[in-house]
Design a protein around this ligand. Sequence first.
Ligand SMILES: *Cc1c(COP(=O)(O)O)cnc(C)c1O
Length: 382
Amino acid sequence: MGKDKRRRTKAVRAGIGTDPAYGSVMPPLYLSSTFQIDGLDKRGSYEYSRTRNPTRDELANALADLEGGIGCAVTASGMAALTLILHLLGPDDLLLAPYDMYGRSYWLLRALAEKKHFRLEFIDCYDDGALDAAFAQGPKMVLIESPSNPVMRIADIATIAKRAKECGALTVVDNTFLSPILQNPFKLGADIVFHSTTKFINGHSDVVGGAVIVKDDEHLLADLHLWNNSLGTIGAPFDAYMTLRGLRTLEVRVHRGEENARAIAEFLDEHDKAGRVYYPGLPGDEGHAIAKKQQEGFGAMLSFELQGDIDAFLANLTMFSLAQSLGGTESLINHPASMTHVAMGAEARAKAGVSDNLLRLSVGIEHIDDLLADLETALKAA
Ligand SMILES: *Cc1c(COP(=O)(O)O)cnc(C)c1O
């Protein structure tokens, strides 16, 4: 697929009409774990599905094309994607990561650092002084999650990537919250992008998956494929097939979700039962200026502090399912302190601004009138 195509077109047409066997319009699903070899001196592209699989490759090509990278390792989950990336580091290498990242990522980094897989420093990505001190130590890799989960803080990716480059460190961006439709970290100087494809990319809350995309370094890509094959963190062919199916509507889903999220953020911002609203699309939001500069939209995620009874509020909602995860066509609500961010521990949560009355919304593509009416009713009851 040509690099000059619009992203929506790339997603819709990925792998269409490439079936060599029967000319099926949609790329077929190859479940076979193994592939027959014509002769010891006649090896094809595929031999064993852990190493390579045509359906997984189809998804990998589509994601690399959408992010504007040279290739992609498709993994079993977002956490498997992060696991792969962390295997680029050795015991002496220093990793910088935000202290307010996704709870399970935070847990994994801390646990592996305790086992001496690498050296780790959690940093405040929004504080220039803290960044100066961190970069002075010569990191090997810098992780960025922007917007952050769940308080939607915005890190200046271009500035951090530039500083990383100056000291020879790799910049890695978790682009899960915005998807390649709304943010292109490679254009901002990142070297590696990863996704929990479980979220917006698949978009239908029926697959757990992940992906690591490399901008331009062939050696890095080969290394990631080698680790994916050796660790066995690969994504299943059926999951890849489903994810490619979901990916085709990514752009229309993301834009409708964003439109709804913006209306909800404005509604909550005016409501007296809602305290602080975290949505970078609001002009008063701390991250608004940078988000406007580095993103192509503000996305479908927002959080707010409820000033009222949480149990009563949740019990009266009918359009927001109380559940983990995000990025599906259906709206979800999450209580980070007891759900997604419980693994962080109370102290780290307090530091990251995850208060006990914080609620996170993943806004779906339902009709906005129904979503607003539902929130109004539940807020009244709270
Ligand atoms: C969900 C999520 C992950 C982890 O992905 P899984 O697919 O659940 O393993 C990582 N980062 C962010 C920002 C997420 O939302």
